[in-house]
Design a protein around this ligand. Structure first.
Ligand code: ASP
Ligand code: MG
Length: 327
């Protein structure tokens, strides 16, 4: 669905929201939100309130742009993700999560991938003194818990939506970024080793599998300054993405964090980020934070996967699709 047709549909959301399918989707989403919270509370996480604006935000947002507002004469960014704030909170509470609203100016073409919104929520979590492997294990348990809950509590909605959900087994398959690039080259994609995997290739690899798939160990040139470089394997990051199967694409992004002032500064410089723009964040690092690892899981993408929806804008009550005006 494109252009005029999509515009018209989104503009009339006040009609669509009353349709039975939309009610089924929103009930599944409600159950998923409860499930995420219940799971994390039992694991000892503390829920914190996410910021909406601040002087700095996530710079590593894959081709999307940040935007700013005037805040009493200061340029404040609208949160593209609260990653830098998680590092602040985790030094106090050890295990934190937030249901965080994010805004990103995605390129206009992203409107038509079916899985990009300009406004979305992610469940963002962070664990002090943890490794990225710990977080991958947590991510597997979290996803399986949510899938089981939805199957148990939302059987009727799933049936109405024509969705059959498989419960994957642990551990999920793991590919390094290098292995994923090799596999995709074999499928005819022209990919370079040091780069982020483009959307079409990600969708393709996700469609090759019937169970979720980890891609880990991204090259340093593919990601932002906060994913930690492996001290034993220079140039390789201790990070990961989880892809849903069946072509639904990215579920989770995360990793260990660079947390030492000097390292972060060097990484910023290497990427061409201006350290002067990171005021409080760099001052905080200079005083010291706990090492940590964490990830974010997009709520609308999770809902889309759970409900088997073709388009992400049907997985949120009031969608904002790049470039398209809607309520
Ligand atoms: N918040 C990050 C993102 O938006 C995910 C993470 O690394 O925790 O990609
Ligand atoms: Mg990501």
């Amino acid at each position: 669905m494109r252009g005029k047709e999509l515009r018209e549909r989104l503009w009339r959301r006040y009609r669509e929201i009353r349709e039975p399918w939309m009610r089924w989707v929103l009930r599944v989403q409600d159950e998923a939100l409860s499930a995420l919270r219940d799971f994390l509370r039992v694991e000892g996480f503390v829920e914190i309130l996410a910021p909406i604006v601040g002087p700095v935000t996530d710079p590593g947002i894959r081709g999307a742009k940040q935007f700013s507002i005037d805040y009493y004469g200061h340029r404040f960014k609208v949160m593209s993700s609260m990653i830098l704030y998680k590092q602040m909170a985790v030094s106090s509470l050890d295990k934190v999560f937030a249901l965080s609203p994010n805004l990103r100016l995605e390129p206009l073409e992203a409107a038509y991938t079916g899985r990009h919104l300009a406004e979305f929520r992610q469940l963002d979590l962070e664990v002090a003194e943890a490794s990225y492997l710990d977080l991958m294990e947590l991510g597997e348990r979290l996803l399986i818990y949510v899938l089981r809950r939805i199957r148990r509590e939302c059987g009727e909605e799933l049936e109405n939506l024509g969705r059959e959900l498989r419960i994957p087994s642990k551990p999920f398959r793991r590919l390094t970024h290098g292995e994923a690039v090799e596999l995709l080259r074999g499928e005819g994609f022209d990919l370079k080793p040091g780069e982020e995997i483009p959307w079409e290739a990600e969708e393709h690899i996700s469609a090759m599998f019937q169970e979720p798939l980890w891609i880990m160990d991204y090259p340093i040139t593919a990601r932002g300054f906060y994913d930690r470089e492996d001290p034993e394997r220079p140039g390789i990051l201790r990070d990961f993405d989880l892809l849903y199967p069946e072509g639904y694409g990215e579920a989770i992004s995360g990793g260990e964090r660079e947390y030492q002032y000097e390292r972060v500064l060097a990484r910023m410089k290497a990427r061409g980020d201006n350290p002067e723009e990171y005021g409080w964040y760099l001052e905080m690092l200079r005083e010291g934070v706990k090492p940590s690892a964490g990830f974010g899981i997009g709520v609308e993408r999770l809902t889309r996967y759970l409900c088997g929806l073709k388009y992400i804008w049907d997985a949120v009550p009031f969608p904002k699709v790049p470039g398209i005006p809607s309520p």
